[in-house]
Design a binder for this molecule. Structure first.
Ligand code: PLP
Length: 427
């Protein structure tokens, strides 16, 4: 469910025509719907009603300050994976006491910054990290709250690049080793065990892998309780998928997902447990589109190409995960020809495509296309490859819109670079 719909033949975001934003801001531009963000957050929140919970929005899905501010205003916490993301959370007015810190490679300066900020928990991913946290906390004279991220060894049945809960993945501590690590954690002077955590992957389209993972974690939690560990947080990670296609594919609804979580934690009803969720994509994915302008049409013998001004540097998901994004003409024309085309960018890579073999209205040069469901892992994965400025970002709320990140300039593209003296001719 989102707020990008046609009125007449014009595609709108809420009450604003996308063409108006293109006129004011140019293209390519990411456009987000405030109402959709609110709606997704609320639906997710309601799905967990009756179970004490905290929604720690996964910042890496879309880390724009304005998006963070929107979600924090609704009560969200944050799941971060770097010091940079912590910086963003604090700038956007997030409550550090609602922040969990995930990631396999936290540096000591990152641990220190998070300890100083007073976060809710570190999701610890290895033996070495546990010792590092104890060391840094000792140096600061504090105790670090930790959950261990358990790798439950379940197949999330998603793209291999976004599957994280198998033994062969780099993430978490194996379920076999976890109990021993908990024993160690409890013996450390500067660590307090507060919870248990897992996250098995992204774009999950069935609830079974979640249920399996949470069941494994719950089993372990029971053993830990028997060992005398007082768990306050049961963090079930993120990963709920979204529909990327206009037809077919229907991932579990937040309600089904919420039910799976409630079922899995039911045995802990007697405990004073908060379920932490780390949703990213399901909150922002369908709340954003990438607006792009058609530059050229190329009719080939074998293939047709629609060449647009957005590229893989702006939205890498199709190239990286072979993912599907629906594409809509911003001005719908029932009389226009329909053809099968690849939608490609200007970058010098064959992998630079946004869609392949897509049946689309033939949209002439100068007109606009919207790449749908681009709100998650869109801008945050954008790069400057081919020395292209990253797109502007716009937030729409009702009949108003605002630039929440201006388009990069040519100066931005070379910021921080030097031409040092050692390049001068010798002599
Ligand atoms: C990426 C990530 C998430 C969010 O995943 P989504 O699929 O966007 O919901 C949550 N937790 C951790 C640890 C992650 O790495």
């Amino acid at each position: 469910m989102h707020h990008f719909d046609y009125r007449g033949d014009e595609l709108y975001c809420e009450d604003v025509p996308l063409a108006e934003i293109a006129r004011a801001v140019g293209t390519p531009t990411y456009i987000y719907s405030h109402a959709t963000l609110e709606r997704h957050y609320r639906v997710f929140d309601e799905a967990l009603a009756g179970q004490r919970h905290l929604i720690c929005y996964s910042v890496k899905a879309n880390s724009s300050l304005a998006i963070l501010r929107t979600l924090f205003a609704l009560g969200a916490g944050a799941d971060i994976v770097s010091r940079g993301e912590l910086h963003r959370v604090l700038l956007a007015g997030g409550d550090p006491a609602k922040v969990v810190f995930s990631g396999v490679g936290k540096r000591e300066d990152e641990l220190e910054a998070a300890l100083r900020a007073g976060i809710l928990a570190f999701n610890v991913e290895s033996h070495g990290e546990l010792l590092a946290i104890d060391r840094v906390a000792g140096r600061l004279g504090v105790r670090a709250p930790v959950s261990l991220r358990v790798n439950p060894d379940v197949d999330a049945q998603t793209h291999p690049y976004i599957s994280t809960g198998l033994k062969k993945n780099k993430f978490g501590i194996s379920a076999d080793a976890a109990r021993e690590e908990y024993r160690l954690a409890r013996s450390l002077a500067h660590v307090t065990v507060v919870g248990i955590d897992c996250h098995i992957g992204s774009q999950l389209t069935r609830t079974a892998p979640f249920s399996d993972a949470i069941a494994r974690v719950a089993e372990l939690a029971r053993e830990l309780c028997a060992d005398g560990v007082e768990l306050k947080l049961l963090d079930v990670g993120g990963g709920l998928g979204i529909p990327y296609r206009d037809d077919g594919e229907a991932p579990p609804s937040p309600a089904e997902y919420g039910q799976a979580i409630r079922d899995a934690v039911a045995p802990f009803a007697g405990l004073d447990l908060t379920v932490v969720c780390e949703p990213g994509r399901v909150i922002v994915g369908n709340a954003g589109v990438l607006l792009t302008r058609v530059l050229y049409l190329k009719e080939g013998g074998e293939k047709n190409f629609t060449i647009v001004d957005a590229a893989m540097n702006d939205l890498i998901r199709p190239a990286f995960y072979d993912s599907y994004h629906a594409i809509r003409a911003v001005r719908r024309d029932a009389a226009a020809a329909v053809w099968t085309t690849d939608v490609v960018g200007p970058i010098c890579e064959t992998g630079d495509f946004l869609a392949r073999d897509r049946e689309l209205q033939c949209v002439p040069p100068g007109e606009l296309l919207a790449v749908m469901s681009a709100g998650a892992y869109g801008f945050t994965m954008a790069s400057n490859y081919n020395t292209r400025p990253r797109p502007a970002e716009v937030l729409v709320r009702g009949d108003r819109f605002a630039v929440i990140r201006r388009r990069e300039t040519l100066d931005d593209l070379v910021r921080g670079e030097e031409l040092p003296d050692l390049l001068a001719p010798r002599g």
